[in-house]
Unconditional design. Structure first.
Length: 129
């Protein structure tokens, strides 16, 4: 797989009640806003569950994250469809690794930006024995 600066990839996901429940069980993040509907009948998706969208894109590249920062701009609710775009902003190669920086932007179904982030890490070029 060729990886280069400026390369973009996207992934879209719609969150369900079951996603929120399972993530709450796994992570322990069971704040009341994730378990009970608000006055408008909405359940808020955990921020780190939203952050799994760029994690999926990294997994597609066999990217090993070393550092990351996410900015949660607006809440995401069950039923929201989130589209995440990831762009390679830095790529440096040595004999064993490609060191990457990736910028991410996630928007909801009304094209409002809900999360941005910056992630750095590596892709192994040679398998370690």
């Amino acid at each position: 797989m060729e990886i280069k600066i400026g390369q973009k990839t996207t992934h879209t996901r719609t969150f369900t009640n079951e996603d929120v429940r399972l993530f709450g069980d796994l992570s322990g993040d069971k704040g009341i806003h994730h378990m009970q509907p608000d006055s408008l009948g909405r359940i808020m998706v955990q921020g780190l569950l939203t952050a799994t969208i760029p994690t999926k894109l990294g997994g597609d590249m066999n990217f090993i994250a070393r550092d990351g920062c996410f900015h949660f701009l607006k809440p995401v609710y069950v039923g929201d469809t989130i589209k995440c775009e990831a762009e390679i902003t830095k790529a440096e190669t040595d004999e064993r690794y490609m060191r990457l920086s990736i910028g991410t932007s996630c928007v909801n179904q009304t094209n409002e930006e809900v999360m941005t982030g910056e992630i750095s890490g590596v892709v192994r070029l040679k398998r370690i024995q």
